[in-house]
Structures are given as C-alpha cells and as structure tokens.
Design a protein around this ligand. Structure first.
Ligand code: ADP
Ligand code: MG
Length: 320
C-alpha cells in the first residue's frame, strides 16, 4: 500500500465542522475563523520508545496523540476545532494503522475535531499532532495571572498514570481492577476540555499537568511571579493510591506526570462557582492550597511538617 492509499484509507474523513472549508486532499487546509475569536494552536510530538512503548496498543497511541494536545488547549480555555497529523511509520502495517486511526478518530469525534491535513512518511515511529481551536478575543487562560491569596485547584486525580507504570514494572501490587483503572488513566487520559473553557471567567491562571504537579505548578507560579502553599492531604488521589500512600509516598502524585489534569488558580470569591461547575460537569475539582508571595512551593504534609519533593518532574534534557 502506498502513501496515498494510506492517507485515503485511514486519514480521510469528510469535514464535519462548518468552519472547515477544505480538509484532507488539497495542498493545505482552509478554515474559517469565527468572528471575534483568536486562534489557539499547539503541537505535541510522541516518539516510540520515549513517550510510549512500541508494544502498546496503537488505538491508545492514536487516542493519546490527540488527547495530550486537547489537554493543552483546555489549559488555555480554548475550544478545539481541527487537527493536523504528522505521521512517521517504519512500514505500512495495516493493522497498526487501523487501530491508530480508530483511536484518534474516537476522540476527535467526541470533541468535534476535524482532521484537516497532515504528512505521512517512512522512518522511526513518531506521531506529531498539531491542534487548533478558538477562544473569544483576549480571554485565553495563561500561565501568568495568579495572585496572592488565590486558591490553587487540580482536576481529576493525580498519580494514576505513575501507578500504572510502576505496576507494569512489577514495583507495585495492584488488584486486577485497580491495575485496569490505572492503566486506563495512563493509556486513555481524559482531556478536561469543557472544564478549561468554562473556567475562563473564573481562573486567574491555568496549566495542564503533563510533567507532574511540582514541575507544572512551578511553571505557572514562575510565570505569575508568585509562590504557593500546598497541603499534601488535599491532593486528589484515587482510592488505590490513597490506601498505599504509606508505602509509595507522595512522589507519584507530585513528580511523575502523564496525568493530563488541569491545575489552575482562582480568587477565593469564585469558589462557589467553581464547585458548581465541577458538580455540573461531574469532574472532581480539588482545592489543594493557596498562592503566596515569594517564588517557592511550600508542601505541607498531614502533620503540618514541610515536605521537600525528591524529583522535580519529567524533563527530557535533564542532566543525569
Ligand atoms: P503534499 O505533497 O502537498 O505535502 P501530501 O501528498 O503529503 O501532500 O498529502 C496529500 C494530502 O493528504 C494533503 O491534504 C495532506 O494534508 C493530507 N495528509 C497527508 N498525510 C496525512 C495524515 N497522516 N493525516 C491527515 N492528512 C494527511
Ligand atoms: Mg506532504
């Protein structure tokens, strides 16, 4: 099967959105920008052996390649609209492409995203997705904007992906059901797209947690030129994690990453609205601390003692 048949068979779907004028099949895509909106665009590259194991189901690779980008747009408060897919594969493996494409489109359909173009070449397995979306002019959520006394919030639960990885490595002893739930969170993270968009009126700053809370909250705070006090007791943990905190400690929730939850700040006066929004969307939103002056994150354990995280998050170019 040649390149064009691959594109035609696995990646050509008629546009479904009315703002997409030209999709796959021309030299480039043409998209209408809605009046009064700004384009928000992001890209994430997944490399086999670095971001995912070659043995993982291609369905999850397709899903996750879009999910991580959706998570970035969610953190900006943007509504996703279209994607471009750069795909590098070592050979045409019909089964792999079938699984990949169905994972990708399962999520694209759920969030009303059209795949409008891409590029397909041969080489070491790599998936680069670019995602565009819209935000009303001037309303994008930024990493800067957090202010002293704002509350710090996190969506969902933290550390599940880390638990799944440890379990896979044989370092943990999860039950079958716990292992399945954790693996699902690693392979099929839920991008908090609606939460992000609905937080635009309330959040003072936002970021998505891809490299762990310590690293990503750190980025938010540095950009906002403030610090934070975080209560470890308030971290939202899945039951499987909660019952093992004594054994595995706080690090999986703080430093491993791959959670794709939102971390955001908001003035205390919005607490009720945020809680109501969380209830409406049926998303867990936990208040984990508050913004303080300074430039550090102070973690307090349940006894009120200061806790110093061991690792500072995943960093591709960190020196060993
Ligand atoms: P060009 O030579 O102009 O780059 P290509 O032959 O690479 O065009 O691609 C043909 C069409 O297929 C273009 O519209 C391109 O955007 C689209 N395309 C190529 N690869 C993919 C892919 N993996 N997913 C979606 N669209 C793709
Ligand atoms: Mg091309």
């Amino acid at each position: 099967m040649d390149e064009f048949s691959v594109i035609e068979r696995f990646f050509t779907r008629p546009p479904t959105r009315n703002d997409v004028c030209v999709g796959v099949g021309d030299d480039a895509a043409v998209v209408n920008a809605p009046a009064g909106h700004q384009l928000v665009v992001t890209t994430d590259v997944l490399v086999a052996g670095v971001h995912f194991l070659e043995s993982v189901d291609a369905h999850s690779v397709g899903y996750k390649s879009l999910a991580v980008n959706l998570s970035d747009l969610a953190a900006m408060g943007a509504t996703p609209a279209w994607a471009v897919l750069g795909l590098v594969v070592p050979s045409v493996n019909v089964l792999w492409l079938e699984r990949f494409s169905s994972g990708f489109f399962s999520l694209a359909e759920r969030f009303d995203v059209d795949l409008v173009g891409g590029d397909t070449t041969r080489g070491p397995l790599t998936v680069a997705v670019q995602l565009g979306g819209w935000v009303p002019h001037g309303t994008a959520l930024r990493r800067k904007g957090a202010r002293k006394d704002d509350y710090v919030y996190v969506s969902g639960t933290l550390g599940d992906a880390a638990l799944a990885m440890r379990n896979r490595d044989g370092a943990l002893d999860l039950s079958t059901a716990e292992a399945a739930a954790a693996a699902r969170r690693l392979d099929y993270p839920e991008p908090r797209v609606e939460l992000g968009a609905r937080l635009r009126p309330f959040a003072s700053a936002a970021i998505d947690i891809s490299d762990g809370l310590v690293a990503d909250l750190g980025h938010l705070l540095r950009n906002s030129k403030v610090g934070a006090k975080i209560l470890l007791e308030q971290l939202p943990l899945a039951d499987a994690y909660k019952s093992r905190v004594g054994e595995i400690g706080w690090e999986p929730a703080l430093s491993t990453g791959d959670d794709y939850e939102l971390c955001f700040t908001a003035a205390p006066e919005h607490e009720f609205e945020i809680k109501a929004l969380a209830d409406e969307l049926e998303v867990n939103v936990a208040r984990i601390g508050a913004v303080i002056d300074g430039d550090e994150i102070i973690f307090l354990d349940p006894k009120g003692q200061r806790y110093e995280p061991r690792a500072h998050g995943y960093n591709h170019f960190a020196e060993e």
